[in-house]
Design a protein around this ligand. Structure first.
Ligand code: FAD
Ligand code: COA
Length: 403
């Protein structure tokens, strides 16, 4: 497989680069400091056609590929991680799940929202169920034509600013029988019982609220159930399959931040002089920069390959193993690259006047959010070994030996 971008993709990339350089980048410091959702950047993305990119033409979208969206995310993240993340969720994740599994009515609603700039929230993580997401306790109980949901999610990106929420919940039939895990669509300011708790004071990516999202007898019309193809019984796996698109997107944000940091370091290495020479003439830094470039090329290849794996075997989503491999490598490499770029700047890199300080905080999140680097290694191991690898203690110890 080759990463020769098509003329159309090169045009998308050039347009995104211009927007990022001229509009988004100059605002990045202020956006970080204000810790307010950058609605003006959302409007700029939407006007440029960079939200709802993957929505098919029949639902009013341009029907772009995941790789097209990845190119936009990468360019935005080079100058502003927050805007990169918004571009992810306005093009991948919840919207991908609805476009693959939803009813026509759901697709219409979701398409209109993202095309008008909404960044849907995906609500999986709970205080007691992070990596162990399948142990979620949020429930949805069938009552006639509605589901009544109770529970609490946390670390929900975009809570209070997103209109659409895709909520993962344990589903119970009218008679109390547990049916599996399903996806439910709820809408800010519309769905009764949907409310927001505390905002997390985050280390980086500060302009997107990370929120507790609370469901108190939340009423969801049964028409708003995003029914996975094999029903609720395998609903969790099917919804996680859709989530692979967002994993590729998350990796791409870290790639973009790292590329941006690398470009700053390259420029600085030529400008800064010590011992009467540009520091670029010192082999110690030359090899650091060379290693950074190697990691970036490898990360980009993995990320693009994962994005392009959509359609393999007829799947509407990127391949789970490739998405995890790409995110593990890219997120870890990106943290190293930004750290090295900061080192090349010396004390200037440690100043809050330098964008690297923000990039260092922003990039740190990508080995955590969207599946930690550890949990993704278990997924990869499970796939390459063709083994189920249940992580619960009872799965490893003979019954009766657990403490
Ligand atoms: P834990 O699961 O408690 O893990 C703690 C540590 O133990 C980690 O190092 C982990 O790797 C390790 N660990 C756990 N289990 C294993 C195992 N079996 N083997 C090896 N190591 C293990 N969630 C959403 O649903 N929606 C969002 O929009 C969202 N946005 C986020 C944004 C940010 C900025 C962040 C930081 C998180 C976000 N999350 C979101 C939550 C994120 O998905 C979880 O943080 C993540 O899945 C890990 O869960 P945890 O934080 O509870 O860590
Ligand atoms: N893509 C496709 N299918 C997936 C998947 C993925 N990314 N992750 C899990 N599945 C499927 C499994 O293949 C399995 O299907 P099977 O029953 O047909 O074999 C099913 O879902 C259950 O997965 P399993 O690994 O057995 O689940 P578990 O109960 O051990 O839970 C996870 C482990 C999936 C929760 C854990 O690996 C994980 O991804 N945690 C991070 C959650 C996360 O990313 N949160 C981000 C919130 S923004």
């Amino acid at each position: 497989m080759t990463w020769q971008l098509t003329d159309e993709q090169l045009a998308i990339q050039a347009k995104a680069r211009a927007l990022a350089t001229e509009v988004i980048g100059p605002r990045a410091k202020a956006v970080d400091e204000a810790e307010q959702y950058p609605w003006e950047n959302v409007a700029a993305l939407q006007e440029a056609g960079f939200t709802g990119m993957t929505v098919p033409k029949e639902f009013g979208g341009p029907g772009h590929s995941f790789l097209d969206a990845v190119l936009v995310v990468e360019e935005m993240a080079k100058t502003c991680g927050v805007t990169g993340r918004i571009a992810v969720e306005a093009n991948m994740g919840a919207i991908s799940a609805v476009m693959a599994y939803g009813t026509d009515e759901q697709k219409k609603i979701a398409a209109e929202l993202v095309l008008s700039g909404d960044k849907p929230a995906i609500c999986i993580t709970e205080p007691g169920a992070g990596s162990a997401a399948s142990l979620m306790t949020t429930r949805a109980d069938r009552r006639g034509d509605t589901y009544i949901s109770n529970g609490k999610k946390h670390w929900i990106t975009g809570g209070t600013v997103s209109r659409m929420h895709l909520i993962f919940a344990r589903v119970f039939a009218e008679d109390g029988t547990e049916e599996g895990i399903g996806g439910f669509l709820a809408f800010r300011d519309e769905t009764p019982g949907l409310r927001f708790g505390d905002r997390e004071p985050t280390m980086g990516l500060r302009a997107i609220p990370e929120m507790e999202v609370i469901f108190e007898d939340m009423e969801i019309d049964a028409d708003m159930v995003v029914m996975p193809p094999s029903g609720f019984r395998h609903g969790f796996g099917d919804l996680m399959n859709a989530y692979n698109s967002q994993r590729v997107g998350a990796g791409t944000v870290s790639l973009g931040i790292a590329q941006g940091a690398y470009e700053l370091a390259l420029e600085f290495a030529h400008q800064r002089e010590q011992f009467d020479r540009p520091i670029a003439e010192f082999q110690g830094l030359q090899w650091m920069l060379a290693d950074m470039s190697v990691k970036l090329e490898a990360a980009r290849s993995l990320t693009y390959r994962a994005a392009e794996s959509r359609g393999n075997g007829g799947s509407p989503f990127p391949d789970a193993t490739l998405a995890a491999q790409a995110k593990i490598f890219t997120a870890e490499a990106a943290i190293e690259i930004v750290n090295d770029a900061l080192q090349i700047f010396g004390a200037a890199g440690y100043s809050r006047n330098n964008p690297l300080e923000r990039m260092y905080r922003d990039v740190r999140m990508f080995t955590i959010g969207g599946g930690t680097a550890q949990i993704l290694r278990t997924l990869v191991a499970s796939r390459i070994l063709d083994m189920k690898l249940p992580q619960g203690r009872g799965s490893f110890l003979p019954k009766g030996t657990a403490q």
